[in-house]
Design a protein around this ligand. Structure first.
Ligand code: C5P
Length: 234
């Protein structure tokens, strides 16, 4: 499958997002765009339709997590938005994930790719044990959640690039790994702890990288995006 760079458009509103995307007018292949909660809650489903109409693929990163029936109905609404990837929390359980696949599947049998967040990168071993009372090694929990996602019929997981190889070993080469935490070798790390370069992510076997600030905050976002594509996708 084709490796792709997804640009996280973490902007507070429609205008800032569209102004940013206008800069890519001259790029032959329009960037794959991630729309997260902030932008979706601020600008609503219309921002998805508008970006799609401009010819971008879309990863709608809303991380659903509720009872199976509610997630199924919400996914059914999202399926009409014609996004390319959407996601949920694996912590909602296998039945919830199966219901999500059902809700997302359109009458003609097609559906966007559906991936699961395993354990948030903001949760470490001690939080997991002391707050969530899950007393297992964190990597074991991540792999179990990935296996649950696979059992429910999902297409892959969001994970750290450093976990991508293990996810492929555990769940199969065609089970997708979508990996944030990307930084250029010479760039600032920001608040991301476990980071890797686009080139290293390619080497490890990520299928998609999600890149936010190294592109959105760059002096020349188009050049930064093309550098990611060159390092990761070519
Ligand atoms: O700016 P930066 O490259 O750190 O942005 C990464 C993007 O990936 C953000 O939109 C962030 O919410 C998302 N993300 C992440 N770590 C996760 C899951 C999602 O950084 N575990």
């Amino acid at each position: 499958m084709k490796r792709e760079v997804i640009v996280a458009c973490d902007f507070a509103g429609k205008e800032a997002t569209l102004t940013f995307l206008d800069r890519f007018a001259g790029v032959s292949e329009k960037p794959f765009v991630k729309i997260g909660m902030e932008l979706f809650y601020a600008a609503g489903p219309d921002i998805v339709r508008e970006i799609k109409a401009r010819g971008h693929k879309i990863f709608l990163d809303l991380k659903l997590h509720d009872i199976p029936n509610t997630v199924k109905k919400a996914m059914s609404v999202l399926s009409s938005l014609d996004v390319d990837i959407c996601n949920l929390h694996a912590a909602g359980g296998i039945d919830m994930m199966k219901a999500a696949v059902e809700g997302l599947t359109r009458p003609d049998g097609t559906r966007p790719l559906l991936i699961a967040v395993t354990v948030l990168t903001s949760i470490d071993q001690s939080r997991m044990e002391n707050e969530l009372k899950i007393e297992k090694p964190l990597p074991e929990v991540v792999m179990q959640y990935a296996l649950n996602a696979k059992a429910a019929g999902l297409d892959g997981v969001v994970c750290s690039p450093l976990e991508a190889q293990k996810v492929h070993d555990t769940c199969g080469a065609s089970f997708l790994t979508v990996t944030p935490g990307i930084r250029f070798a010479e760039g600032a790390q920001g608040d991301q702890q476990r980071v890797t370069t686009p080139a290293k992510a390619k080497e490890i076997g990520s299928d998609y990288i999600v890149v936010g600030r190294p592109v959105t905050a760059a002096e020349d976002p188009v050049a930064a995006y093309l550098k990611c594509v060159k390092e990761f996708a070519e």
